[in-house]
Ligand binder design. Structure first.
Ligand code: HEM
Length: 337
């Protein structure tokens, strides 16, 4: 076995340290230094306490020994493989050769050859990248026209040909619109006729504000309180629980006025409700609600607040359906009148 292949413990010279050399390399001295640094980094990275370390010493007589082989092309070709190969030196004495130090825990016969990988270190020179620049795509405005998304369709291309009208908010039948504009947001035309201030000019699109006719409800009678007690499982009809929905005639409705110990029934759109439990929760007050008691309040209700969802609010109070008077009964009632 040649001396240059022996491991340190095989008692080469230099204090029992074996030698590996880069041997017939074809680099300049600066290339050699870079490669040496890399080899030392690889030795650290690959060791992790297991793989043997490699310490490569520069061989200054490479160029003289190799002569014309020291071209840059040959150098770049050998660069990757030079750290993996162990080459026989030409004229280098053993004491100046690179050394391998096995980890102390490994037995001499169990040592595998050092594996050195090319590092991905950012310090590694990447001269090839700069010598082969990537073509940069041109980004002129004219070129990008065909690459970009088409513009959105114009408003005139809407299916019904109409743009959603923002002036339709709030909805025409909403409470906000019925109450008029928000106070201090759009002053009346009379006060804004002067050009002072930042208020926009009057639009004349909304009615003048009506004074609210809502009353102050007694504690425990807020809309939330009503929602709580009139839930889906509530029965506030005021009739026997097993009673089916009634067919309520006008004569039956007429006596349910809320007076003389009778509950107040009110018909709205063909349904008859017992509004007595709701009376103290009515934001318009009890007397206003009682205007529709004992009769068909559909017209009255619709004139004041057609947006109110009475069907949901009074579901627990539904007594039955308003039906026509039977023929005989009607004639009898007419006679009584
Ligand atoms: C036909 C009989 C009724 C009359 C005469 C009447 C009258 C009124 C009045 C004058 C107001 C005040 C409106 C305002 O703020 O200026 C009002 C508000 C209200 N009423 Fe009635 N009401 C009747 C039936 C009902 C019924 C059956 C319900 C419920 C199911 C109801 C629910 C409400 C609600 C929720 C409000 C507040 C509306 C809001 O703030 O937008 N009303 N009502």
């Amino acid at each position: 076995q040649p001396q240059w292949l022996r491991w340190p413990w095989q008692s080469l010279g230099g204090g029992g340290v074996g030698a590996i050399t880069d041997g017939k390399e074809s680099q300049t001295s600066s290339d050699q230094e870079r490669r040496n640094n890399r080899a030392q980094q690889n030795g650290k990275g690959a060791s992790h306490g297991v793989a043997p370390k490699i310490a490569v010493q520069p061989s200054n007589d490479d160029d003289t020994a190799l002569g014309s082989r020291g071209s840059s092309a040959a150098s770049s070709t050998d660069r990757t493989s030079s750290t993996l190969r162990q080459r026989k030196p030409d004229n280098v004495p053993p004491s100046t050769l690179p050394t391998i130090q096995p980890p102390p825990t490994m037995a001499p016969t169990a040592i595998s050859p050092p594996v050195i990988q090319e590092p991905e270190s950012p310090t590694t020179p990447k001269a090839e990248a700069t010598s082969l620049p990537q073509p940069v795509p041109s980004l002129s405005l004219a070129d990008s026209v065909s690459l970009t998304m088409p513009p959105p369709p114009l408003p005139s291309s809407r299916p019904n040909g109409r743009i959603p009208a923002l002036n339709q908010y709030p909805a025409p039948n909403s409470a906000q619109r019925a109450r008029g504009p928000t106070p201090n947001r759009c002053p009346p035309a009379a006060s804004s006729s002067s050009s002072s201030g930042l208020a926009p000019p009057p639009t004349h699109s909304s009615k003048p504000a009506k004074p609210s006719r809502q009353v102050v409800l007694t504690p425990g009678h807020s809309p939330l309180d009503w929602a709580r007690i009139s839930g889906p499982n509530s029965d506030l009809r005021g009739v026997a629980p097993s009673t089916p929905y009634l067919r309520v005639t006008p004569s039956m409705l007429k006596v349910q006025t809320g007076r003389k110990g009778k509950d107040a029934w009110m018909a709205i759109n063909g349904k008859v409700y017992n509004v007595t439990p709701y009376a103290k929760f009515h934001p318009g007050g009890v007397p206003e609600l009682m205007r529709g008691a004992g009769r068909d309040g559909t017209k009255l209700f619709g004139e004041i607040h057609p947006w109110v969802n009475y069907e949901t609010m009074l579901a627990a109070c539904l007594v039955g359906l308003l039906v026509d008077e039977p023929e005989g009964k009607e004639s009898e009632m007419d006679r009584m009148d």
